[in-house]
Design a protein around this ligand. Sequence first.
Ligand SMILES: Nc1nc2c(ncn2[C@@H]2O[C@H](COP(=O)(O)OP(=O)(O)OP(=O)(O)O)[C@@H](O)[C@H]2O)c(=O)[nH]1
Ligand SMILES: [Mg+2]
Length: 616
Amino acid sequence: MNDSIRNVAIIAHVDHGKTTLVDGMLWQSGTFKANEAHVERVMDSNELERERGITILAKNTAIFYKGVKINIVDTPGHSDFGGEVERALKLVDGVLLLVDASEGPLPQTRYVLRKALEAKLPPIVVVNKIDRSDARVQEVVNEIYDLFIELGAEEEQIDFPILYTNARRGIAKKSMEDSSETLQPLFEAIVESIPAAPGDPTATLQLLVANLDYSEYHGRLAIGRIFSGTLRRGDEVVIAKLDGTMHKTRITKLYGFEGLERIDLEAAQAGEIVAIAGVEGITIGETVTSAETPLALGNIPIDEPTISMIFTINTSPFSGKEGNYVTSRHLRERLDKELLTNVSIRVEPMENTESFKVMGRGELQLAILIEMMRREGYELMVGKPEIVTRRHNGKLQEPLEQLVIDCPADFVGVLMQKIGSRRGINTKLVNQGSAKGSGRVRLEFSIPSRGLIGLRSEIMQDTRGTAIVNTLFDGYIDWQGEIPARLTGALVADRAGKATAFALWNLQERGELFVGPGTEVYEGMVVGECSRWDDMDVNAVKEKKQTNMRASVADEAIRLVPFRPLSLEQAIEFIAEDEFVEVTPSSIRLRKKILQENKRPKRHKHAMEKDAEVVK
Ligand SMILES: Nc1nc2c(ncn2[C@@H]2O[C@H](COP(=O)(O)OP(=O)(O)OP(=O)(O)O)[C@@H](O)[C@H]2O)c(=O)[nH]1
Ligand SMILES: [Mg+2]
């Protein structure tokens, strides 16, 4: 046992304030010097995390409090990155379960708590954002108790300490009446109630790899926890591979974590979380162990992927104009590289060697991968997300999800109808904070994951952006039959050229446009959403007939309704079976799979055939 170490993961639903709380802990433990610039959510260090304001990768840091080293793992709260949480839990001996004082427990709270309880990790409950004007602290505490009971927590697990925090201001209190102005009560609670890191430093070396990283100088880095023994830099060790084989290697670098830095270490003992180099080819779930008496630890189980997308080379007329990496070999190498560090993604090559089926935990996870690729200079096309089915006792099954929507009561009717048509079953309807007359409700549904594809943006439209939508994987059910997909067709350019204001002006009554004047288009490119069910081939490049007369009056009459350029995620949500999203470093275009108008089957017919195929 190592009494001077505590290993703790911070887990919660998305946005409940984990990374902000870590900021406070870093500052108040004196990890940053007073003169250092104050960066908010400093652990969200990668570009996409900062842009989107969400944590994507779990990250380690450590602070010192009264001589005790507290290793902290900050985890992502978005359900698509649940795999990160599962692995983080392997590193720690306890968790801080954060819950927003107004939102209360949400689907991902349930998911992460279930994982923590299964791993028998003692929790400290942290009710955060107590400063919110709509905070309902006591109600939320009761909901948390209910959740523990629902999840079958054991008695000592329910006996958790509760702290009330304002992570933004760095305040933790043992009771709401407490006058504390710092996080000290939280530090105390961690040292008191999270067990000291167990493990015998004199026993056989066992380090479980839970994460991977890469360094320019030292190559692959493995991040893991020493469960027993002591590891020294320069040690000759064995990697117990997942396939049962043993590989000898030498540890060339050993790092500990402190604040935002990696610190060079000579040795580290059982209980520590470290990063090591000299371990080329190692992957998550493998054990670094003694060369003389190797002893493997168990693997890390990861939930199966639920969604798949086809990634393929860009075959559009503009292919290769905007990106540096465009061939199928480039694609394959990049995806292979991703697999090395991203264990919740799977890749299967397709028969036509130019395409890959990439599977993950959700649309956002795959969208993030695509976004990273385009920033690195890749061009590719991706197809409509599909769910990953399975055969169980000879029956076709599909993934099921729990869908939770918070929205103003006025929208209940329209949402019920929409979600019902996608085979969602309403399981709960609660008025929230009715005492305060907020008029908001929480609706819960059980719905096949397939019904969720594209649903989020529709809900946002239907509720004028007022809904909060959350989903959580909830097992499998028998195939639910046909679910209607997008109810509108596409406006498809019928020839190449530069879109003109004149042509677009004529088109805008047919639907909603995705491109503005001056955009280069090609035959088969989707330039808008048709207000009708079927596709419409349109001329987006038509020039106004030249006349001899000055036409200033007519020109001014061309008042274009603002067009709606689609973000990558919106494009992925929008496309139908017979369409691709074309992604390059500088553009996101939508297109028909078959570009030529005269070769393309009509959309509705094609879509129905597709559905029939799957049911068979
Ligand atoms: N009012 C208030 N806002 C807070 C508090 N703590 C965090 N926030 C805000 O909540 C938002 C989300 O905070 P994050 O720390 O990014 O949340 P997170 O749990 O790390 O989010 P993910 O990692 O994406 O799951 C930010 O805008 C914070 O400033 C708090 O105590 N009070
Ligand atoms: Mg975060």
